[in-house]
Write a protein that binds this ligand. Structure first.
Ligand code: BG6
Length: 281
């Protein structure tokens, strides 16, 4: 890819005034605005030169979540660290859609060796007046079955983390990564954040609501995806990250829908789709 293409960003706007921006690097949605309000968080220290996944927006996790023994891939896989091909835009009165693709042949050899399968990913981002839909299609172009994890690592913009609550997780089993992976059951009706949080809520319901205080609410509806991760690095982890401001944990929450607790198995020649719709009042 020519150097000038590498930092390319696709700008999408809807007649209502809502907008979105997607970097070719990672096909990372880096901005979503409705009624002039930015709904996604991107760190002021995010690195945008293609040397590291963008710290914010909606990085795409594929084909592993975290790191895995015996799979030599970077944390959260290669999709967020690869340049995607822009396939173009389709608009009608109600929505504007842009599509991106990534094939195994576009990966560096070391990444291909870490997960030696033939695949095609198609990522579709659809903007309406009040919603943003992001959907990933995975096509197995091998003859044999392969396994993957995937997750939409959505960083939501929070004016004040002390006012944020997530509804819809009550009664679920979660894996608590802050407690070395211990399992527990969520007893709260509204999950709030006042310390480091890093939890995989398994088999989460498709509808969740994130309340930022008052009428500032983002509804999340997932499809084809089983789990929901809630993450805020809080004070010490924030300080330890070079691409995240020391105080920025006050202004974000990651609510990440994905299939990460178990592998998704995809037969040779088959196609799988999963995604989310984020919407505001
Ligand atoms: C979350 C994980 O999804 O991503 C956390 O549950 C992790 O454990 C976080 O720290 C950020 O990961 P990274 O690789 O972007 O720093």
């Amino acid at each position: 890819m020519p150097a000038e293409e590498k930092n390319k960003v696709i700008y999408v706007s809807h007649p209502s005034g809502s907008t979105a921006e997607i970097a070719l690097y990672g096909a990372t949605v880096t901005s979503w605005k409705t009624r002039g309000v930015e709904r996604l968080f991107v760190s002021q220290k995010a690195i945008r030169d293609g040397s590291k996944a963008i710290r914010g927006g909606i990085p795409l996790v594929f084909p592993i979540f975290g790191t895995k023994e015996n799979i030599s891939l970077p944390q959260h896989g290669f999709a967020r660290n690869s340049y995607w091909e822009y396939l173009g835009l389709i608009a009608d009165n109600n929505e504007v859609t842009v599509r991106f693709a990534l094939k195994d042949t576009a990966l560096e050899k070391t990444l291909r060796n870490g997960w030696p399968h033939s695949f095609r990913l198609t990522y579709t981002v659809t903007l309406t007046a009040s919603s943003l839909k992001t959907a990933l299609m995975v096509k197995n172009e091998d003859q044999d079955t392969f396994e993957f994890n995937t997750l939409l690592h959505t960083y939501l913009n929070a004016p004040d983390i002390s006012k944020v609550s997530v509804k819809g997780l009550t009664g679920l089993t979660y894996v608590d990564k802050v407690q070395n992976g211990a399992k527990a059951t969520e007893s709260r009706d509204e999950v709030t954040v006042s310390s480091e949080v890093d939890r995989i809520y398994c088999d989460a319901p498709n509808k969740l609501q994130v309340n930022f205080g008052g009428l500032n609410v983002v509804d999340i509806e997932k499809f084809g995806l089983k789990d929901t991760v809630v993450w805020n690095p809080w004070i010490d982890k924030a300080k330890a990250m070079g691409d995240f401001g020391d105080e920025e944990f006050h202004n974000m929450i990651c609510v990440e829908v994905g299939s990460v607790a178990d592998w998704v198995k995809l037969g040779g020649g088959e196609t799988w789709t999963g995604g989310q719709v984020l919407s505001v009042l």
